[in-house]
Design a protein around this ligand. Structure first.
Ligand code: GAL
Length: 364
């Protein structure tokens, strides 16, 4: 049985070494196993998409590493749904037919995934809702998503001196986290001196949609009318930057733009001043917790209790939940956050054109 402490849930000082980027394999599943003993177990990992870099670069390899450390003869069957809800439903059926003992599911559609949970549980296979909540799941782990939205909006309001007008780009309506980011952000923006000119719910979180929508707004507004942009994640922030610079805004004249995920391109934009902030979610603690719970379930061991973590479990409809703390990253604390934690090395970030920006920020 694993042991847990509330302190382990405070993600701020979590230390990890991150796996190298892996190429996306969306063709079906791939398996990693360190043995074939029947005492192990088969764990299916189903992630939602691959345009956001975290899934293939962090969640998948970190989860696989943590499983193989906790259980050398467990197998991980991996699936990526490419943002396609019905593909993900088929992947679940495939995983169950292939003998999954536990399902770790990051759903494309949170509400729609309740049927998937029932399908698995109907075969006595427990489900861990990974990063996105699913009603009826056995366990849930995520970051405090409403706080993410508040932190983004607070940073934006501060960067704008509590005045001016913004564009607001939210995540996919099918993603329950997106609604929480949006609610958290609105709770700050609606009480601030900042005015929302136009707001958009990006149906698939894609950078392409973010770029297109922002370009469309530039037929109604001049770039000078836009003093800030709330982008719910880094992929969308990249699309916004492409649209604004494509419309002739110089990269050193971009308005403050928010983000989330601490993608490497976003950290580089933060250092050059093209993006104001991102939210760093130390994914290792989320992936490791999911792996430990999954291994315990696969092997029929007691699962760590979540009741001593200070989390009000009723907030999560009595799905046993592990909730971790997000961290704001600006130019001032890149070194003390993503680099100190080993999420990235300075050499990952300070390539080519970014060397000078790194030096100016004291990163070497
Ligand atoms: C959210 C997730 C974010 C971001 C986004 C886009 O659910 O929490 O980290 O990746 O989806 O896929």
């Amino acid at each position: 049985m694993a042991t847990w402490s509330a302190a382990a849930l405070v993600a701020g000082s979590f230390l990890t070494a991150c796996g190298a980027n892996e190429a996306a394999d969306n063709s079906g599943s791939d398996s990693t196993s360190s043995g074939d003993s029947a005492s192990g177990g088969t764990i299916a990992l189903l992630l939602p998409e691959s345009k956001t870099t975290r899934y293939e670069a962090f969640d998948k390899p970190l989860f696989e590493d943590a499983v193989s450390k906790a259980c050398s003869d467990c197998t991980v069957d991996y699936y990526n749904a490419d943002q396609d809800e019905s593909k993900q439903a088929q992947q679940l059926t495939t995983a169950l037919n292939a003998g999954a003992d536990v399902v770790v599911l990051d759903p494309v559609n949170g509400e729609g995934a309740t049927g998937m949970v029932q399908e698995a549980q109907g075969q006595d296979v427990p489900v861990i809702a990974y990063d996105r909540f699913i009603q009826g799941a056995d366990y849930y782990m995520s970051f405090d998503n409403e706080t993410v939205g508040k932190m983004q909006a607070e940073a934006l309001v501060k960067a704008m001196g509590d005045q001016g007008s913004i564009l607001m780009l939210n995540g996919a309506p099918s993603d329950p986290n997106a609604a929480q980011f949006k609610a958290g952000a609105h709770s700050v923006l609606d009480d601030s001196g900042v005015k929302i000119l136009e707001e958009y719910d990006n149906p698939d979180w894609s950078p392409e949609n973010a770029q297109q929508w922002t370009s469309d707004q530039l037929s109604k507004y001049q770039p000078a009318d836009i003093q800030g942009v709330y982008a719910a994640n880094d992929g969308q922030a990249g699309g916004v930057v492409a649209a604004l610079t494509g419309a002739g805004v110089k990269s050193d004249a971009l308005p403050p733009i928010t983000g989330q995920d601490a993608e490497i391109a976003a950290i580089q934009r933060i250092l050059t001043g093209e993006q104001a902030m991102t939210i760093y979610k130390p994914i290792p603690i989320e992936a490791d917790t999911a792996a430990e719970v999954a291994v315990d379930l696969a092997q029929g061991n007691d699962v760590p209790t979540t009741s001593d973590t200070g989390i009000d479990q009723s907030t999560y409809q009595d799905v046993k939940s592990f909730i971790f703390t997000p961290i704001v990253v600006t130019k001032d604390n890149v070194a003390d956050t993503v680099i100190k934690d080993g999420f990235y090395s300075a050499s990952d970030i300070c390539t080519g054109d970014y060397a000078d920006a790194c030096q100016a920020a004291g990163i070497s």
